[in-house]
Design a protein around this ligand. Structure first.
Ligand SMILES: Cc1cc2nc3c(=O)[nH]c(=O)nc-3n(C[C@H](O)[C@H](O)[C@H](O)COP(=O)(O)OP(=O)(O)OC[C@H]3O[C@@H](n4cnc5c(N)ncnc54)[C@H](O)[C@@H]3O)c2cc1C
Length: 405
């Protein structure tokens, strides 16, 4: 039985109207009084979304969800197209990755403790996976957790941690047994970030912003039961979370609101925003610009279809990266011939455009790295979809401590 035929469930058309009403009436009031690009705006938006029953459509009602099926998720995405504030990207890890992993693989205590506030935007989350010696080869991670009485004690270093500076919790991967092969002996934890043993140091990128951080863990502690999945079997939830990440970075978020110039997050510039820029710069009749705009419109439609279809999420991620680069290049061509990027006075529209779209040219490069590089997506498709032989590497049953890494 689909959700639509369940008693008390709105029809899909009525649901689309509900979403449009939320964006027309509720949302503007909810974010009024907050500034663009701030955590305050991000939280105000999420609380309003949750309190109006739109933040957790396919979650069980016992955890604050609405128990609807995938058709409603797609209907929400279509009806909200171009209107979701860019600040929502601050919840990409919490809502797009951590919550579905806890929902699917966490124990009852973790679900009760974390799902509702996470979906409502009360807590921000980060992802403590990558390390200086473990990026694409994530299973080589060295951060170690040791059980001491009723808590785990964790030491090590993570890097490229997006949003760590504003997060209350992290999904952490740490090694719990060095005698097991590298893909075993890893455990997934929930780490409270606000404690003495956690030091967050920002890393400034070429955009001038510090979108990610180094995180140093020096005997940080975790309650004994804050484990997702089984001890030493964290590779399974780790891969599940990466699947959600590819959906998240690949197709789920099609871009931010088209009227915003906030520099939050990494998403392809929406087509409507490019069209508006073409009009502002009087390039709408330029044949080459029109050709690129048509290509990017098709690309955006395809991104949406890949989100709705049962394609492997690596396909969507590769497509989105390509779209992001092409959109930023076209925007740069239009905006940067009238003004200089990083002009100090942004009150004039040409300088504001140059500043924003110049930023996008630099920022879009990160899309092909975060969530796994393009090469890794192609390896995944080769091995898991096309059935090609796996890459050669150290025997998968060699104990981690005997590997020369
Ligand atoms: C903007 C951004 C945000 C990020 N946010 C987070 C975060 O919040 N949390 C987190 O844990 N991590 C985060 N990362 C880290 C990201 O997951 C890693 O950068 C990525 O997995 C690549 O790892 P690496 O940087 O160590 O590169 P490496 O693994 O050293 O790769 C270097 C190059 O070698 C290629 N390569 C490596 N292995 C292979 C292979 N087997 N076959 C073919 N080519 C290969 C890669 O494609 C790449 O071009 C973020 C990264 C970026 C850029």
């Amino acid at each position: 039985m689909t959700s639509e035929s369940k008693p008390g469930t709105p029809s899909l058309d009525a649901f689309r109207d509900e979403v449009r009403r939320f964006f027309d009436q509720t949302m503007p009031n909810a974010v009024a009084g907050t500034s663009e690009g701030t955590v305050a705006r991000a939280k105000a938006w999420r609380v309003a979304l949750y309190d109006h029953g739109l933040a957790a459509l396919d979650y069980p009602t016992e955890f604050g969800g609405r128990g609807l099926d995938a058709d409603y998720v797609t209907a929400y995405r279509e009806a909200s197209d171009g209107r979701v504030p860019r600040e929502d990207m601050m919840f990409g890890i919490a809502v797009g990755m951590a919550m579905p992993t806890i929902r699917d693989l966490g124990n009852q205590q973790l679900k009760e403790r974390f799902l509702r506030p996470g979906l409502r935007g009360e807590d921000m989350w980060c992802q403590l996976y990558s390390e200086p010696g473990a990026g694409s080869d994530l299973a080589s991670l060295r951060t170690t957790a040791v059980l001491d009485g009723d808590q785990w004690v964790v030491s090590g270093q993570k890097v490229w941690t997006s949003g760590a500076e504003r997060s209350s919790y992290a999904i952490l991967l740490a090694r719990t047994d060095h005698d097991l092969p590298k893909h075993r002996g890893i455990t997934m934890f929930i780490l409270p970030m606000d404690q003495e043993g956690v030091e967050v140091r920002p890393l400034v990128q070429m955009t001038g912003k510090a979108g990610f951080n180094e995180v140093f863990l020096d005997e940080a502690t975790i309650p004994r039961d804050w484990v997702i999945g089984d001890i030493n079997n964290g590779w399974r939830p780790a891969v599940a979370l990466l699947g959600h990440e590819r959906v998240q970075t690949g197709t789920a978020s099609l871009g931010g609101a088209v009227d915003q110039f906030s520099k939050e997050g990494r998403a392809p510039i929406p087509f409507q925003q490019l069209r508006q820029l073409a009009e502002r710069t009087q390039r709408q009749n330029d044949y080459l610009v029109r050709q690129e705009l048509a290509r990017l419109y098709s690309g955006q439609q395809i991104m949406g279809w890949l989100g709705a279809a049962a394609t492997h999420p690596s396909v969507g991620k590769l497509w989105r990266t390509r779209q992001g680069r092409a959109a930023a290049e076209l925007a740069g061509r239009m905006a940067l011939n009238r003004s200089a990027a990083w002009a100090s006075d942004l009150s004039d529209p040409a300088s504001r455009d140059a500043d924003f779209f110049g930023f996008q040219i630099l920022n879009c490069r990160g899309m092909s790295l975060g969530g796994g590089t393009d090469e890794i997506q192609r390896n995944i498709l080769g091995e898991r979809v096309l059935g090609l032989p796996p890459e050669p590497g150290p025997a998968r049953d060699t104990p981690f401590r005997d590997l020369a890494i």
